[in-house]
Write a protein that binds this ligand. Structure first.
Ligand code: MRU
Length: 393
C-alpha cells in the first residue's frame, strides 16, 4: 500500500498542512469517503451511498443538520464513516454557534448527532471526542480551529487504523493461502464493512486489499444483506472497482457453501463490540457465525478500537436499531428508464419488523483483527491489547 493521490493544504491551522489522501479507487481515481471541500474547508463532501452502484454522486454538507440527515437517512453508513461524519458535523456546528452561547450550542449539536442512529459506537465516541477537545476553549475562533483539527484527526486515524487492520488480517489470509498451496482463498463477508463503511480501506475488506497487494489470489462471497442490500449494492461495487474477484449470494446461501467446502474463512465488520468480545453487526451475522462454527471455518471480526464499547459488559445490552418496515416490504433499483425507483414486494397491508443488527456472542468469534494486532474475543486479551483505552476491569 502507499500510492500517490491528491493532497490538500495549507489548512486553517497555522500554516500546517493536512494531507487527505485516498487509497481506494472509483473509476481509477483515488478517493476517501469524506473530505473537507478544499476552497475554504467550510463545507464537507461525502459520497451519497444511496445512489450506488448506479451513480457515483457526491453531496455537500453545510450544516450540522445536513450531517444528521446524512447519517440518519444513510447517505453515509458504516461504523467508521458514521463517526467521521459526526465529527465533521460537530465542526459544522462551530460555524453557526453563537459567540456567547457556543458551549450550549455545541452540546445541542452533540445531542442531535448522537441520536441519528443508535447502534454504531463510533458515533457517540466521535462526538464526545470533539466535544472534550473544544470544551476548554473559550474563544469561538479557537473552538472552530480545534474542532476542524480533531475531525480531521479522527478521519486520518480511521484510515490509518483500517490500513493496519489490513496488514494484520492479510497475514491470516496468507496462512490459509500457503496451506492451500497458493490456491485461491475464498472469503465470505456480510454487509459492507468496506472502504465505504469507513474513511478508507474498510475493516473487513482491508485484509483482502492488503492480501491482493501481497500477490495472494482471493475470491469473496458477498452476502446480499437484506433489506438494505449493502452487500449487493456496495460491497460488490467496491470490490469490482478494486479488481477483486467476487460473487454475490443470497443471505441464506452461506451455510450451504460452507458445507460444500467453498469458504475458507469469514471476515465481517462490527458496529459495536463490547470490551468482553460480543459483536453487534448487520442482521444475519449471527447466523453466519453459527454456520461457520458448525463447519469448522474461522470467523474473524475486523474493527478499529473506536468501535469497542468499554462500558458495556454484555452484547445483549447493545441498543439495536429498528428501521422502517418499508425497507423490507419494498425494494429499489435501476429502472429501464435509467432512474432509481422503488417498488413494493408485498401486499399493501403486510406488516414487517426490521431489526438492523444482531449480536454474535464472543464464543463464536475466532479472533478480532484490530489496528494493534489479532486478539481473542475475550476481555483479558482485549484489555491487554488496549490498556490505555479500557475504563473498567
Ligand atoms: O446500517 P449500516 O449500513 O450502517 O450498517 C453497518 C454495516 O455496514 C455493517 O453492519 C458492517 O458490517 C459493519 S460497519 C463497519
Amino acid at each position: 500500500m502507499g500510492k500517490a493521490w491528491f493532497t490538500y493544504g495549507p489548512d486553517l491551522l497555522e500554516g500546517k498542512f493536512l494531507v487527505f489522501r485516498g487509497y481506494m479507487k472509483v473509476n481509477g481515481h483515488h478517493y476517501r469517503t469524506i473530505w473537507p471541500v478544499p476552497d475554504s474547508y467550510e463545507r464537507i463532501e461525502i459520497i451519497d451511498q444511496r445512489q450506488l452502484p448506479h451513480r457515483f454522486v457526491t453531496e455537500t454538507l453545510s450544516t450540522t443538520g445536513d450531517a444528521y440527515t446524512a447519517i440518519k437517512d444513510m447517505h453515509v453508513r458504516g461504523a467508521g464513516l458514521i463517526g467521521a461524519t459526526a465529527a465533521f458535523g460537530m465542526y459544522l456546528a462551530t460555524q453557526t454557534a453563537r459567540e456567547k452561547h457556543c458551549h450550549y450550542d455545541l452540546l445541542q449539536a452533540a445531542e442531535l448527532l448522537k441520536n441519528a442512529r443508535p447502534t454504531a459506537h463510533n458515533l457517540a465516541w466521535a462526538v464526545d471526542r470533539v466535544l472534550s477537545e473544544v470544551i476548554s476553549c473559550s474563544e469561538l475562533e479557537e473552538i472552530r480551529k480545534r474542532a476542524f483539527e480533531i475531525a480531521c484527526l479522527i478521519a486520518d486515524e480511521d484510515a490509518r487504523f483500517c490500513r493496519q487492520i489490513g496488514e494484520h488480517g492479510s497475514e491470516l489470509i496468507k496462512q490459509v493461502w500457503l496451506k492451500k498451496e497458493k490456491q485461491q482463498v475464498n472469503i465470505l463477508t456480510h454487509c459492507n464493512a468496506g472502504w465505504l463503511a469507513f474513511v478508507d480501506y474498510g475493516s473487513a475488506t482491508a485484509p483482502i486489499y492488503a492480501a491482493r497487494d501481497a500477490g495472494i489470489d482471493t475470491h469473496v462471497w458477498v452476502d446480499e444483506t437484506r433489506p438494505w442490500n449493502q452487500g449487493a449494492k456496495l460491497t460488490t461495487w467496491e470490490l469490482e472497482q478494486e479488481g477483486i474477484a467476487n460473487t454475490l449470494i443470497t443471505d441464506n446461501a452461506g451455510g450451504h457453501i460452507m458445507q460444500r467446502g467453498e469458504v475458507d474463512l469469514v471476515i465481517v465488520g462490527t458496529d459495536r463490540t463490547t470490551h468482553t468480545g460480543d459483536v453487534a453487526n448487520k442482521i444475519g451475522t449471527y447466523l453466519k457465525a453459527l454456520a461457520a462454527r458448525d463447519n469448522n471455518i474461522p470467523f474473524y471480526v475486523a474493527l478499529p478500537s473506536s468501535t469497542f464499547d468499554w462500558k458495556l459488559d454484555r452484547g445483549i445490552d447493545i441498543p439495536i436499531e429498528q428501521r422502517p418496515g418499508k425497507e423490507i416490504t419494498s425494494i429499489d433499483g435501476l429502472s429501464e428508464n435509467d432512474t432509481i425507483e422503488t417498488v413494493r414486494l408485498t401486499s399493501a397491508g403486510t406488516k414487517a419488523v426490521n431489526y438492523s443488527f444482531d449480536v454474535t456472542p464472543a464464543r463464536l468469534v475466532t479472533a478480532l483483527i484490530t489496528e494493534r494486532g489479532v486478539i481473542k474475543a475475550e476481555k483479558s486479551a482485549i484489555h491487554a491489547m488496549f490498556p490505555d483505552c479500557c475504563v473498567s476491569t
